[in-house]
Design a protein around this ligand. Sequence first.
Ligand SMILES: [Zn+2]
Ligand SMILES: [Zn+2]
Length: 394
Amino acid sequence: MKLLTFIYLLCLSSLCYGQSNHINPWETGKPAALPPVAGLSSGVWLKGDLHLHSRHSKESSNNAVAKIISFAKSVGMGFICITDHDNHVQGDVAQHTWLDPEFKSDSLLLLYGAEWTTTRGHGNVFSAQPYDHQRLFDVRDQRDVVIGAVKKNLNIHLSANHPSGKDHFGYSYDLIESMEVWNSSTWAKNESALMIWDDMLSSGRKLTARGGSDAHHGLPDRPELATANSKLVKTNYVGTPTTWVYATEKTPQGVINALTNGRVSISANPYAPRVEFYADINSDGKMDMMMGDNTMATGNAVNFSINLSGNIPSGNTYTIKVIKNGGEFGTYKVDGNKPAIGFVDAPAISGRTYYRVEVTGTPAPYPQVPGSTALSDNMIAISNPIYFNFDPSF
Ligand SMILES: [Zn+2]
Ligand SMILES: [Zn+2]
């Protein structure tokens, strides 16, 4: 009896439950090793739109492929992806959008893609070359693990569309490389997308944020061709918002790689300032990494640098908000005379840390889509994070 009482008391002291010596085998510490960060000088900034519908999407109007390409070139775009709905053609986007005689350009990079349009929501596919989209369409109602195997085999970049809106991406975020945190010119409806993105980043997923106008309607060639939606071309069209990528080469693959790696920021339109976010990790005064890059935290202080580039009138004012691990780290005011700030912080030596940037302020006019600035309001630009201790094998 005495022995039983002793064992009972021992259990109460939690030894039987193992709590006092418990080590969580899943605890995030530091990854074993990380590949070196890519250089900062051998690249080119390209801007584009990654969500566009042409006449091959049934509900689109006055939006021939050539019309989209010509407009994109006229506002200085470097790349676009025409992402027509695949359900309108039962998965056969190859014979429709990609085989359209107008699907060609001598200067604008055209990605191959489509909007994967399923009962569980929408995602965009991006690829540097044609791929068998039919297989992705066919597998859409299977379990995520089956879809993931097909997606891996197709070697495509998959991206969650409008995650906080109607037809949000209803699949596992383990299937995707990026997320559309800014869909169409209307900023207000995207704020919850940032919350979802922060949750996914905090979980350890290194997911790139991107934009997409989701524009469906072009300018009618003749007044009698106008539809009830034709007025939308003045509030939402190519470039609202604009996605910037820092590509190591001016090729479709260069754009996809930048997108996958996260060397990306989003601006309200093609003329809005671009936010750039860098870090000097060894305090030698030279920046060593930029948004999208991931390195091991040393416990030492890191010098961060943020600047806005583009044609910025000196009277414009901006608020730069730095977010660390989903929470606000600091807020800084700048103006057009010196649109740059720096800050110092020491990311924890163990566990994951990320920093990202949001810029609000004076909207930049977009004369070709004049109604868009009222809808993007004062949201100017969003950076991707700089990461510490994110495990690539997560
Ligand atoms: Zn959609
Ligand atoms: Zn769409």
